[in-house]
Write a protein that binds this ligand. Structure first.
Ligand SMILES: *Cc1c(COP(=O)(O)O)cnc(C)c1O
Length: 469
């Protein structure tokens, strides 16, 4: 039975099911598998002809163990990806020889977060129904996570869901994707404040143990291990195909915020998938690019960009990589994170930087460059990309110029119609919403506005779901 341990070394070892429900570990750390299951080179080669669900089952099953039987897992995967608009789920598109884009935005809310959250929704329902439990999911969103989570949990008999977003600071499309969902177990709160205020409120609710226990709070943010696991699958899907076609292991370029997506690539590589490099692409919020180039992790204020889902000051999932870099020494990770929170920057020494450089590289694109990339890709390839994807493509192009032999795969993390203003500014063309979302801009919205005040938000949640949990 695979077990999960905390990156800070002081929380109980958990099963897959308990890890999925727990989210954050009790010592403040993140859960990682005790040992990474391996797949042989030969088996990876044979996967080039398998479809998405076959690969998903083979990759995920060894991480899950007895909590879910093989047959049950197949059913959960089928349900997770049945609402994806493309038969291949995460198709590859070749722009030039040795230069691919992998479209991760064919899920119901048009961002790659659907790949993880649709799976998480199924996992939660399965575990909670087996245990006869019910939870209240509380989350904060700067845009894409909220809609993906609401879609995944709407009408669930085992979970109520409350999403906090900063009032007036998410796009109209993003807000409407959350507030037009008409389901009795969904509540949206527009907080009079910033995304950080929303996140602080969520943290405070989890810190209030009486409230947390009475409401059976549960978290679905990007540090949830089951989300990472679902994302490992598309690296394998693309990696085995690209290698079969080009004869080279893929180099993945990943538009990065919280480091969840690119960490999933690291897990795929750790399982044995041939991967040449993982390239971290950031916008002007470049804490990770600075880390990879200088060895120093140092936070700065967040600047708003046209790729808002990457406007992040601290990339929480990096702690999982740090745990491996530190030889899985939880006490050392805990001390470093405490120092980072309370005092400030920390440095990786030359040995660790060499280790990091063997696996990762990084690049950065500001808004002006991003707009130019969207324009160029449209002109050259008649292909419209969203600003997050464009950051990735720009960094991938730089890498390809320096390494012409590389087999590049850039992950396309959002559908261009999710960010129509930025796309229209670059191409003069406003991208259209796909058919299932066509009525989005005229449907009735339902949400409540509250101040960034903990007791008010808690009263609201108690009143909405207090009797049901
Ligand atoms: C969330 C998000 C990202 C960042 O992904 P991380 O896993 O946080 O690194 C990039 N692009 C889009 C469109 C997103 O929604």
């Amino acid at each position: 039975m695979p077990g999960y341990i905390s990156t800070r070394g002081a929380a109980p070892r958990l099963s897959f099911a308990d890890t999925a429900l727990a989210g954050l570990a009790r010592d403040g750390g993140l859960y990682v598998p005790e040992a990474c299951p391996q797949i042989s080179a030969e088996e990876f080669r044979n996967m080039a002809s398998q479809n998405y669900l076959e690969i998903a089952w083979r990759v995920i099953a060894p991480f899950v163990g007895d909590d879910i039987t093989a047959q049950q897992l197949i059913v959960l995967l089928q349900k997770s990806y049945k609402n994806f608009a493309h038969p291949e789920k995460t198709p590859l598109r070749k722009l030039e020889d040795g230069f691919y884009v992998q479209e991760l935005f064919h899920g119901p809310t048009l961002a790659f977060k659907d790949v993880a959250l649709q799976f998480l929704g199924q996992i939660f329902d399965f575990i909670l129904s087996a245990r006869g439990q019910k939870v209240t999911i509380v989350g904060a969103t700067s845009g894409d996570t909220g809609s993906a989570a609401i879609d995944a949990f709407k009408n669930s008999p085992h979970a109520n869901i409350v999403i906090l977003h900063p009032k007036g600071r998410v796009s109209d499309v993003q807000r409407r994707q959350m507030t037009t969902v008409d389901a009795p177990n969904v509540r949206n709160i527009a907080i009079e404040g910033s995304f950080d205020d929303c996140q602080d409120l969520v943290k405070a609710m989890f810190g209030d143990l009486a409230f947390r226990d009475s409401m059976q709070l549960s978290a679905i943010n990007s540090i949830n291990w089951a989300r990472i696991l679902a994302q490992v699958v598309y690296y394998v899907y693309a990696g085995v195909r690209v290698q079969a076609e080009t004869g080279r292991p893929a180099t993945f370029c990943v538009p990065t915020g919280n480091f969840g997506n690119v960490y999933a690539g690291y897990v795929a590589k750790s399982m044995g998938l041939p991967v040449e490099k993982l390239i971290v692409a950031t916008n002007a919020n470049d804490i990770l690019h600075r880390l990879y180039t200088t060895g120093r992790m140092e936070k700065r204020g967040v600047v708003p960009t046209i790729s808002p889902s990457m406007d992040i000051q601290i990339s929480s999932n990096f702690e999982r990589l740090l745990f491996d870099l530190y030889g899985r020494d939880g006490a050392k990770v805990a001390a470093t994170m405490k120092h980072f929170r309370e005092t400030g920057p920390f440095d990786l020494d030359e040995t660790l930087m060499a280790q990091l450089g063997g696996i990762f590289a990084s690049g950065r694109k500001d808004d002006a460059e991003t707009t130019q990339i969207i324009r160029d890709i449209y002109r050259l390839h008649d292909y419209v990309v969203d600003p997050h994807t464009a950051v990735g493509i720009g960094v991938a192009q730089d890498w390809k110029r320096a390494h012409p032999e590389a087999a590049m795969v850039t992950l396309a993390t959002a559908h261009p119609a999710k960010f129509p203003d930025a796309v229209k500014a670059a191409t003069d063309v406003a991208p259209e919403l796909p058919a299932p979302l066509a009525g989005l801009m005229t449907r009735a919205e339902r949400y409540d506005v509250l101040p960034a005040d903990l007791p008010r938000v808690q009263d609201y949640i108690r009143a909405a779901f207090g009797g049901a949990a």
